[in-house]
Design a protein around this ligand. Structure first.
Ligand code: GLN
Ligand code: ZN
Length: 757
């Protein structure tokens, strides 16, 4: 039995990777110094894995930005808009593709499957692909030379690579794969020539829907590769779920198959039992969760591996994490401030590799040699399990009492609509914003001073009040109809609530890469989530005291809090989501009681939680929608619930959006106007809809005419009485000047349209 890894986090224990990149971009680090620092970081990561005695250590998982971008660059897929004429791609061009420059926009960025990692979408079409530089080979040779390591190069496989790329017609999908296969062949043949033993070919797209034709193409591609590579061993690696065509998969002409025994455990295990595993192949079994941060129960994993060994002999078995460790932080060791009880149950990348190694040792030499660790591990997990934080009786009771009525408003929308019109007397096409106003350096500095203790709570609070006051005045001045307090007290829309709810904890160094050098530090939901005290009432009430206009309260929804956190895995995600919903329900009730009768509950990440497998989606949607309704349905019919989502692909999602039963929904429409029009033409959506009339991702001030046009077009599809007018998301990343100018234009555009109605 061997131990293996699929990929190691790039960012470094103290985010040295991020720092190096950002100083280079800022012009503070020369290119050769960047390269040197990157090499050091990469070697350090490989050394750590060597020290842990991992048998198959991945190389080429490291990157200067993103591994999909690396693949695109390796194949010469540099779009024409960049300055490039063949040969190795310079670092300047590479970063231009990632981040844009003065003359060309960056490549599109999108989520890597269901993770929070974002890759740069490769673009076919502009140029004939050709190998520019064999990056996996360079990584292999470097590791061999400096560390004496026989690494396992990792590349994204042809099916997944093309599937996740753009620039070809859907009908040309298979043709595009076949076009790129010779390049794979070339890269792999060079690896073979240099004595590489195993290559890991990542094909996570195998777990998504595939057609019969896809399967034929896949079979042909791997046939072709295997014929061209008589000595190189291919580990065909899948993850994030089970592959639905197990028998075809294990029949492919490769030397190893990697399966996910965490997210796809039931299906993979039952396939293994039912169909067996080919005697001439290696099974790489992903048994330790590569996507979450909890220590695994070694006893349970022991049972799992034992069960796998009934179908695959130990000499043909590798144990490994279920996916690349890119999705978890580096090490728990630096978490010096955590309560011991919880700390002992956490495992980040380094600790996960430790678990893999322990299990392999146990199977090699006998369980008794790891029995002490198994016992310690069980004790730690049991202790957390029985801790008061995981056994809040009020939470358990409230959950048990949940029923349909908890999630239903007592007056249906078609009746509420008139009641609310009567109560609010808003003009046609009411104007508002999505919640946050510019988080200037001043605001961020104030927060830091408060966190460091240099500022007293009173000092900070009065600073926040000044900001609120300033922006209430600005909003009045601009002539907006519904005002917000501006969210100046919030760092981040999830962290802010996590810090105030029971059941959350925050790590010091639990960073994971989100895209490029951007890292996020997700909160950890380790206990029962409960409402402790009002979280947002003070600021909203203060804002309201300053104006005659309605002020919208502002909360983050249950699915978004869930999807942007690391979540305990001893109970279902559904249950955790319901706990969050019940806590938010109390906050909604507090706001209402304090006189805030318009409340927005943001769900920008609702869609992100959609499972990969179509058959699992309905159940997720059901409980995520129900959680939103639990949070928002106890209010009076006159109280208006708003929600906000920042994505444009809602053509297949409109029923879900409608089911939330929010009175008004604002969605990102500024960048996808045509789509909006076509969607609403074909459905019977009757609730309010906030038109995002300008893109907040750019400092550009949109002209009055532009927005006027957009509103006018929308009125062709739905009646004016349904629309609200707003920017397409929060304004926290914008400057004050451009924000004010843009909003003024927005109000003017709205008035112009109103005058014509
Ligand atoms: N209310 C939040 C804000 O304005 C919404 C942010 C989001 O949807 N991502 O910042
Ligand atoms: Zn948004």
């Amino acid at each position: 039995m061997k131990s293996s890894n699929l990929g190691y986090p790039r960012i470094g224990e103290q985010r040295e990777w991020k720092k190096a990149l950002e100083s280079f971009w800022a012009g503070e680090l020369a290119e050769n110094d960047l390269v040197k620092q990157m090499e050091q970081i990469r070697n350090r990561h490989l050394q750590k894995q060597q020290e842990k005695e991992i048998d198959l250590i991945p190389v080429n998982d490291f990157t200067f930005y993103d591994h999909m971008l690396d693949m695109a660059v390796m194949f010469g897929l540099v779009p024409k808009r960049y300055d490039y004429d063949g040969g190795p791609v310079s670092l300047a061009t590479y970063f231009a593709m990632a981040r844009g420059n003065e003359s060309a926009v960056a490549g599109e960025m999108t989520k890597w499957f269901t993770t929070n990692y974002h890759y740069i979408v490769p673009e076919f079409g502009d140029r004939q692909p050709a190998v520019t530089e064999n990056k996996p080979l360079l990584a292999y040779l470097a590791a061999k030379e400096t560390l004496g390591l026989q690494g396992k190069p990792v590349i994204v496989g042809p099916y997944t690579f093309v599937k996740l790329s753009k620039g070809y017609a859907p009908d040309d999908f298979h043709k595009t794969i076949e076009q790129i296969v010779p390049l794979y062949k070339q890269v792999l043949q060079e690896l073979e020539l240099h004595g590489v033993e195993w290559v890991q070919i990542d094909e996570p797209a195998f777990v998504m829907e595939t057609t019969d034709q896809d399967l034929q193409v896949i079979a042909r591609v791997y046939q072709e590769l295997s014929q061209a590579l008589p000595h190189l061993k291919l580990m065909l690696q899948t993850y994030f779920e089970a592959v639905d065509w197990y028998q075809e998969l294990v029949a492919l002409p490769v030397q190893g198959i990697g399966l996910d025994f965490v997210q796809g455990v039931e299906k993979n295990l039952s396939n293994l039992k039912k169909h067996g595993f080919p005697k001439d192949k290696v099974l790489a079994a992903g048994i330790v969760d590569g996507r979450n941060i909890w220590r695994s129960s070694l006893e349970e994993k022991w049972q799992l591996v034992t069960s796998i060994t009934e179908s695959v002999s130990q000499d043909r078995l590798w144990l490994q994490p279920s996916s690349s460790l890119l999705h978890v932080p580096v090490t728990v060791e630096r978490e010096t401030d955590l309560v011991e009880e919880v700390k002992k149950t956490l495992a980040f990348a380094d600790e996960k590799l430790g678990e893999v190694q322990l299990l392999v040792q146990g199977f090699r030499f006998g369980k008794y040699i790891i029995s002490k660790q198994i016992a310690e591990n069980e004790a730690a997990l049991t202790q957390l399990q029985s801790s008061p934080a995981r056994n809040r009786s009020e939470v358990k009771q409230a959950l048990a009492e949940l029923d349909k009525t908890t999630a239903t408003r007592n007056v249906p929308f078609h009746e509420r609509k008139g009641i609310q019109q009567e109560a609010w007397k808003l003009p046609l096409l009411p104007t508002t914003t999505i919640g946050s106003f510019p988080q200037t350096t001043e605001v961020r500095k104030a927060r830091q001073q408060f966190k460091k203790g240099d500022w007293s709570p009173e000092q900070y609070e009065s600073f926040i009040q000044e900001q609120i006051k300033e922006w209430i005045d600005i909003q009045e001045d601009i002539g907006l109809d519904v005002l917000v307090h501006g969210e100046f007290e919030r760092t981040d829309m999830v962290e802010f609530f996590g810090e105030k709810l029971g059941g959350f904890l925050f790590t010091k160094n639990g960073w994971v890469q989100s895209y490029g050098s951007r890292c996020v530090k997700p909160p950890v939901i380790y206990g029962d989530v409960e409402f402790l005290a009002p979280m947002t009432v003070k600021e909203s009430v203060y804002a309201k005291s300053l104006t005659e206009k309605p002020v919208k309260g502002m909360l983050t929804g249950p699915a978004t809090i869930l999807n942007w956190s690391f979540v305990r895995d001893d109970i279902s995600r559904k249950e955790v989501c319901e706990q969050i919903a019940l806590a938010l329900r109390k906050e909604v009730e507090e706001l209402e009681a304090a006189g805030i009768h318009m409340i927005q509950v943001d769900e920008p990440a609702l869609r992100e939680g959609l499972p990969l497998k179509p058959e699992d989606r309905k159940s997720y949607i059901d409980w995520a929608v129900s959680a939103f309704r639990i949070a928002t349905s106890s209010v009076q019919p006159t109280t208006q619930i708003h929600t906000h989502m920042c994505y444009c692909e809602f053509h297949d999602f409109i029923d879900v959006i409608s089911d939330l039963d929010a009175d008004v929904i604002s969605i990102e429409t500024s960048r996808s106007h045509g789509e909006l029009v076509s969607v609403f033409e074909t459905c019977t959506y009757d609730k309010g809809i906030g038109l995002g009339v300008y893109d907040i991702h750019s400092p550009r001030v949109p002209a009055v005419g532009e927005m006027e046009n957009m509103v006018t077009q929308a009125l062709d599809v739905l009646p004016a009485s349904q629309f609200w007018i707003n920017p397409d998301c929060g304004l926290k990343t914008r400057g004050s000047r451009e924000t004010i100018l843009s909003l003024k234009n927005m109000v003017e555009a709205t008035r112009a349209v109103r005058d014509r109605l």
